[in-house]
Design a protein around this ligand. Structure first.
Ligand code: NDP
Ligand code: 8X3
Length: 248
């Protein structure tokens, strides 16, 4: 049977691009996100078997319930792509909105942990599997007003390293992909729906698009069994580090 990948945050951006690319490569797909209508629309056009899960990764009981209740033909997950995530707000630490902080921590750290913990026992039992964690350049570098978002992604970076140690004996592969600026709905979400402000983030240079990151994901999950890619930082050519972008 073809391999099965579970992609969180498949309703938009990097997750959606990854679903499209992996479907073309023959992966069976479990697609998770809160916007179920988007997932249904996407699944209609994918040339592969798909299963949709309407899921808020912050909801611990829902995450464990969803994985436990997968039909038997979907229980064998070969690849988990921990992509669901967001930035919410962009302020100095003294002015930050605590609700924004909690949304980011609950989604980017706790949500990633819940789904990983729910999926892993079956991988451990089988002695195979691959976890791909989507971090960010914000995991590697601090930037102004990035405080809590950068911290959540630094946590993903450290979890990626630590879970790789824990899962070594089984052996389960663990990889992080850390992108720079990718034009998705990310900035619209970060600026709470302000599309004009979001557009400005990507003006005057060629940002990455979701497919660029999806191609990196496909590369890492298609390595032979003895090869694990620990970490990839993927940037627009016009971006050197977080916040340093050459705009025309
Ligand atoms: P998008 O906003 O386009 O996509 C984010 C996805 O995450 C959506 O499918 C959304 O689905 C899902 N999501 C958000 N919150 C939840 C939740 N509570 N439960 C389930 N799904 C959720 O942004 P990107 O594609 O850019 O972001 C994908 C990942 O890439 C994120 O982890 C982000 O931090 C990271 N990243 C993005 C970069 C960029 O510049 N765009 C750069 C580096 C990293 P729904 O709303 O339907 O639930
Ligand atoms: C998103 C990229 O640089 O806006 O993770 O934090 S950045």
């Amino acid at each position: 049977m073809n391999k099965t990948a579970l992609i969180t945050g498949a309703s938009s951006g990097i997750g959606m691009a990854t679903a499209i690319l992996l479907a073309k490569e023959g992966y069976r797909l479990i697609l998770a996100a809160r916007r179920e209508d988007r997932l249904q629309q996407l699944a209609k056009h994918l040339p592969t078997e798909t299963m949709i899960i309407k899921l808020d990764v912050r909801d611990r009981a829902a995450v464990f319930g969803a994985i436990q209740n997968l039909p038997s033909e979907w229980k064998h997950i070969d690849v988990l792509i921990n992509n669901a995530g967001l930035a919410s707000g962009m302020s100095t630490i003294d002015k930050g909105d605590i609700d924004d902080w909690e949304i980011m921590i609950d989604t980017n750290i706790k949500g990633l942990l819940y789904i990983t913990r729910a999926v892993l026992p079956a991988m451990v039992e089988r002695g195979s599997g691959h976890i791909v964690n989507i971090g960010s350049i914000a995991a590697k570098e601090a930037y102004a007003n990035g405080n809590v978002y950068c911290s959540t992604k630094a946590a993903v970076d450290m979890l990626n390293k630590t879970m790789r140690i824990d899962l070594l004996p089984h052996p389960i592969k663990v990889t992080a992909i850390h992108p720079g600026a990718v034009e998705t709905e990310f900035s619209i979400v970060r600026f709470h729906g302000d599309e004009e402000r979001a557009k400005k983030v990507y003006l005057g240079f060629e940002s990455l698009v979701g497919t660029d990151v999806a191609e990196a994901i496909l590369f890492v999950i298609n390595r032979p069994p003895h090869v694990n890619i620990n970490d990839i930082v993927i940037m627009p050519t016009a971006q050197a580090v977080a916040g340093v972008i050459h705009r025309k």
